[in-house]
Design a protein around this ligand. Structure first.
Ligand SMILES: Nc1ncnc2c1ncn2[C@@H]1O[C@H](COP(=O)(O)OP(=O)(O)OP(=O)(O)O)[C@@H](O)[C@H]1O
Length: 492
């Protein structure tokens, strides 16, 4: 009977946790979701307490530090206001991890009060949810200290690394925060590809204003989708005028991803009136979009023209140096130090979004925690991140090797293919031949051909000469090691 009860509890726990996962998945990015949530096992549910098993103590601490708000909101949604989460830590038997059922260490049950959220250090800003905002309709004319601004205190200018890619947007953001509404950057329109820091920047502006002006300014950060949902709900409840009134009382309005207003005529109209009212009263408006105003489809012309009234600034993918600096900063923020080669490797291979750079750091952290690894070296990092960079993996070719080796020795690439017997060129040619054999699948014959039509025996001679030198000369060993790393980095 008690076995039956426990099976039922397992079943319910699984179903509830699966509901939680669906909500969590919508609120955080896929990498973080798969790194931190997929490995969790729901164990049981007793009353309002759901127990989940996490792989390690570190895991538990990480979830509590970074995902507390999301977990709290989710549990309350799925289990109800009294919902609680209890962690159980998996203890692996050293002798045979799989033969025995995992033991559990129950940590003190953490209740989930509905008080002020505590924020996470990475980007999982709990998405604005209508029912989280203290009801703006209770009192016509908003009470300044009652509005939940939806600001994540981790998104601050200090943590936003400046580069050519975002200099204008960042500097303008700081200027706006110093003097909200009373500057010529109104509205401030930031646009750029996904994961390039638009939310981070707008939130930094909000946080700085909150910090410098306190309760004097009503600040609201909201995504365009949530704005639309809230508006629809207000219409449904015959509260459209209260909705408008609440927005007219905001001093700094930040709307993220405005491109999603596209095709929503009623929302656009409402926003048009709010925009005019705020602008006239010298209130600050900050908007973001994934593209420039003129490129957003299905948006009224009168809105597009207003988007261009103030300052429009784009953010782009950071260059290598900025990517490196961002990685260094993210590692510090997460209390971990990586060898410079690892940061170089990530900065070289993740070129499409800052979110992906962050994802790489998280994946390394998660893997080291799961596998209880104290120190991650470059080969290990490469293995762990392999899946994330698969698509961009390039084949190493003899030509690439020639180019990198010649660049290293400061000689023209064609020289290694010519007949010259100059000592420095012979040395570069032999090393390039050696590396071509080691790092490509090319045959001796094909390598010889690509070095100016040389015979395969010349390639064999070059390889054994380099092997001898590596054994006898530290300088050579070092050169070959450095070149190997460079070629591997460039090719992955
Ligand atoms: N210059 C930067 N310095 C430090 N962190 C950055 C920088 N740019 C982006 N990030 C980080 O990258 C992550 C993604 O940034 P953010 O969410 O602001 O992007 P976004 O442009 O708003 O993306 P989306 O359009 O998909 O919403 C965040 O964690 C943010 O902190």
């Amino acid at each position: 009977m008690s076995q039956q009860l426990s099976n039922v509890s397992n079943e319910i726990a699984r179903a509830k946790w699966s509901e939680c996962l669906n909500l969590i998945k919508e609120n955080i990015n896929a990498q973080k979701y798969s790194a931190w949530f997929e490995p969790i096992v729901p164990l049981r549910i007793e009353g309002h307490t759901l127990t989940i098993q996490v792989p390690s103590q570190f895991w538990y601490e990480w979830l509590e530090e970074h995902y507390y708000t999301i977990l709290r909101n989710t549990i309350q949604k799925v289990i109800g206001r009294d919902g609680k989460l209890q962690y159980s830590i998996k203890v692996e038997s050293k002798a045979d991890t799989y033969a025995q059922p995992p033991a559990s260490v129950n940590l003190p049950q953490r209740s989930m009060p509905a008080s002020q959220p505590h924020h996470n250090s990475l980007n999982d800003l709990p998405r604005y949810q209508a029912n989280q905002i203290q009801n703006p309709f209770v009192i016509p004319g908003i009470q300044k200290n009652r509005l939940n601004s939806n600001l994540n205190s981790n998104y601050v200018f200090d943590r936003f690394i400046e580069g050519d890619c975002n200099r204008l947007a960042r500097s303008a953001g700081i200027a706006i925060a110093e003097n909200p509404g009373k500057n010529s950057f109104n509205p401030f329109f930031i646009y750029g590809g996904t994961g390039l820091g638009k939310t981070h920047l707008t939130q930094s502006i909000g946080n700085k204003i909150r910090n410098d002006f306190g309760n004097e300014k009503n600040i609201l950060y909201i995504t365009s989708d949530d704005f639309t949902n809230e508006f629809v709900r207000a219409i449904r409840n015959n509260r459209a005028s209260e909705f408008s009134m609440m927005y007219r009382n905001i001093d700094v309005l930040i709307i993220d991803d405005i491109q999603f207003f596209s095709g929503k005529e009623k929302t656009q109209e409402e926003f048009f009136h709010i925009f005019n009212a705020l602008h006239q009263e010298g209130k600050q408006i900050i908007l973001t979009s994934d593209r420039a105003p003129k490129d957003i489809p299905d948006i009224e012309e009168r809105l597009i023209s207003r988007f261009n009234w103030g300052l429009t600034a784009d953010v782009q993918m950071p260059d290598y140096e900025t990517r490196y600096a961002i990685l260094e900063r993210k590692a510090i923020d997460n209390g971990i130090e990586f060898e410079p080669q690892i940061l170089e490797f990530i900065a070289t291979n993740f070129k499409s979004s800052v979110r992906d750079l962050e994802g790489a750091i998280i994946k390394l952290l998660a893997a080291s925690s799961l596998q209880h690894i104290d120190h991650i070296d470059l080969p290990m990092a490469k293995r762990i991140l392999k899946d994330m960079i698969k698509e961009t993996t390039k084949q190493v070719t003899v030509e690439n090797i020639q180019a990198l080796v010649c660049d290293f020795f400061g000689i023209d690439t064609n020289k290694v293919r010519e007949k010259t017997r100059k000592q420095e060129i012979v040395e570069a040619r032999q090393i390039a031949m050696y590396l071509s054999k080691k790092l490509t699948k090319s045959s001796l014959k094909s390598i010889g051909l690509q070095f100016g039509g040389r015979d395969h025996s010349t390639v064999i001679h070059a390889i054994s000469t380099v092997e001898d030198r590596i054994q006898t000369s530290q300088r050579h060993a070092q050169i070959v090691k450095e070149l190997t790393q460079k070629i591997e980095l460039a090719s992955l």
